[in-house]
Write a protein that binds this ligand. Sequence first.
Ligand code: HEM
Length: 476
Amino acid sequence: MENRQRVHEPFVFFALFFALTAGFGYAAVLVIAPALGYSAGPWWLATVQAHGYAQLFGWAGLFVLGVGLFFIPRLRGTVLARPELASGALACFILGIGLRVLLQPAVAILAGPAVSGSAWASVARLGIVVSALLQVAGTLLVIVMLTATFRRAPPLGTQAPLRPVRGLLALGLISLAVSGLLNLLLAIDLVARSGYTYLYAWDDALTHLMIMGFIVPISLALSVRNLPLFMRLAFPPRRELGPLLAVLVLGLIARLIGGIEQTFFPLPAFAWQLTGLGQVLEGSALLAFIWMIDIPLRRKHPWTESRIPTPPDVAAARKPTRKNYPDYGEYGRFELLIISAYLWLAFAAIIAVLNGGAEIVSASVIFDPDVERHALTVGYITLLILGMAVRMLPGFSGKQKVASTRLVLATFCLGNLAAFLRVAPLLKPDLPLSSAGLASSGVIGWLAVAALAVNLWRTFRPPQARKARPASPSST
Ligand code: HEM
């Protein structure tokens, strides 16, 4: 297969690598340490930011970029231009993420109580700036590849598959580029302050921009194009996607500006209201989107019903597919992962609307903001990746099925359990089992991703690498 046809594979490999190390690995430490009585000192605070970075730029970011580099050109009716740049972009991302996740906790440990103290800590801080520069360089290479691809593509027809989702994709790419620049400015500021964490208000803006500006819009775009095919749903009405995107963007901007209130606005009440308005807009746009994509309710007729019916004799000769799905079960129960991902998205959106409403009315929140963040990141993003990976990636690489359907079911159970244990204890922290549940969520999330990694490895390994089964005595 050509280089450009397998461009996604190394991106997915390193997405899994970062998830299983600094992503869910650090996550497990972050929740186990307080349960064992270790106090959340500088190392904990620095590791939180390193974990967020590994998960957003590494796990979700590299997965979304890998799939995007394969899929977006095809939506535009062509293949990726300048694919030789993909390995350079990936090398920048790997080094950039690697440096950041190692150096930020190291700065906090090396600096010790006299935060600006050690010379090694200063060197490590400079390494964080280099990491941010590499992130910007990798993003630039991705933009060069996509721009070259779009330039040589045929004119965009009115029925082109890219048309309904181009706004979501544009929002995703702009947010990725802005996140890279903001990350660089925050890294420079870290050096200037001799600190070990990014400034909190700006760090929140960075993580929110990555989640709601980059990962969620691209995931929605991939869902609009693929889920009607994979799950026999109706295609969402094209015209309604535009207004929804506008509401999402307005919400995102209001929330980002409101969140940086201390820097921009001397009047805190106004800042609360702006953040609250942003949350209500974002949450409402997401709920409307879920309604339109029709998961899990399946209110509308599937798109296949409008096709010319297959002649009865041809239909009778075909092997019947699974009820309501176009496959024969060769990807396992992937739909359970997708449906649960969209239920978690609906939950996160409702929390955003309720918290937003409370912020507007009383300048306070009802739920810990971490409920929304981890319902989105573990519940929606991670479960969607787990489901899309087994349904899409085998086909991208010329395989017809996933190696183990049982492992797909295992990722569904473990992924949902991890999301539940990460989020539910925040709603009732004083229940006896809450702290044990929270402490176990990181390890369970790690196991869910490990199950996917094993399944993909078994799916993609070359046939000669598979062990020949010893023939049973009766089979000679
Ligand atoms: C079950 C798995 C996970 C556990 C146990 C976990 C744990 C944590 C903890 C303890 C924090 C600090 C919260 C606080 O400050 O109160 C945190 C922050 C964060 N987590 Fe997770 N997490 C998990 C999964 C994820 C995933 C999958 C993502 C993204 C895809 C993610 C993204 C973030 C982000 C962006 C932050 C904020 C980082 C910052 O402040 O810069 N987490 N996580």
